[in-house]
Design a protein around this ligand. Structure first.
Ligand SMILES: *Cc1c(COP(=O)(O)O)cnc(C)c1O
Length: 249
């Protein structure tokens, strides 16, 4: 007789998706280590944030199981859904896309890091929602539009000093750094590197005007196609999506 009830998978069994993500993750970590060697930096200074915007909740759970505790989404709604689906696992959620003001109340309590503070209006709205009993709601990075192209996200460079000063003084947010994207995803590595250098120089310049230098210690820059250039220019957070999901069905 054959058993028509195969035993359920053991709770700690690794799914094919998880093992694929694990090996992709190992390859990315190796490249991070290589870029750090070139830059004379300690790889422990560079945190990998896994961007799960392309994959469903099950694959996001597999990403968490593969060892990524820092997960990022572009849309607040995706964080609402996935935070509920992954409620059992400790996850630090990063929002890397625009936060509409009408979504602040529901999103803020779920967030570990907001990478996309892009206007004084958004800052005021976040401050108004932040829990007054908390010292600070979440870590916040000011998103900079490095190319000043109006079609791209982030505050234009001319507006960044005032936004950084306001965020540094704001109650209920903990300013930790700047975020930016290189101009063109397909551009030469040299172009990306020049954009990342611009963010680092802006950070260094603004830091001189701040009461404490560590308010801009984080530089969130670099994606699958350009994270090595970003590390050479001082990235402390790289946001990696597609490179982690290569080869998944
Ligand atoms: C999608 C996205 C990423 C990840 O991009 P990949 O090229 O897939 O690694 C990083 N940062 C932001 C802001 C994104 O929107």
């Amino acid at each position: 007789m054959t058993d028509s009830n195969p035993s359920p998978p053991a709770a700690d069994e690794i799914s094919p998706a998880c093992s694929r993500i694990k090996s992709n993750l190992a390859a990315v970590h190796e490249r991070i280590a290589g870029a750090c060697r070139l830059a004379g930096r300690d790889p422990a200074e560079v945190r990998l944030v896994a961007v799960t915007k392309y994959v469903d909740a099950a694959t996001t759970a597999a990403t968490r199981q593969a060892g990524c505790l820092d997960l990022a989404e572009s849309r607040p709604q995706a964080i609402w859904e996935k935070a509920a689906a992954l409620a059992e696992a400790p996850v630090r959620w990063h929002l890397i896309g625009h936060l509409q003001r009408n979504k602040i109340r529901r999103t803020l309590p779920l967030l570990g890091v907001l990478h996309s503070l892009d206007s004084l209006r958004l800052l005021a709205a976040v401050e108004a929602e932040a829990d007054p009993t908390e010292i600070a709601c979440c870590d916040v990075l000011v998103e900079v539009n490095l190319t000043d192209d109006p079609g791209r996200s982030g505050a234009v460079i001319a507006d960044v000093p005032a936004l950084v000063a306001a965020a540094a003084a704001a109650r209920g947010v903990r300013l930790v750094g700047l975020m930016g994207m290189a101009g063109h995803p397909d551009a030469a590595a040299a172009d990306a590197r020049r954009d990342f250098a611009r963010l680092r120089l802006l950070r260094d310049e603004l830091t001189r005007s701040l009461p404490t230098p560590d308010l801009l210690r984080e530089l969130s820059m670099g994606m699958s196609g350009d994270f090595e250039a970003a590390i050479l220019e001082g990235a402390t957070i790289v946001r990696i999506g597609s490179a982690l999901f290569e080869g998944l069905g």
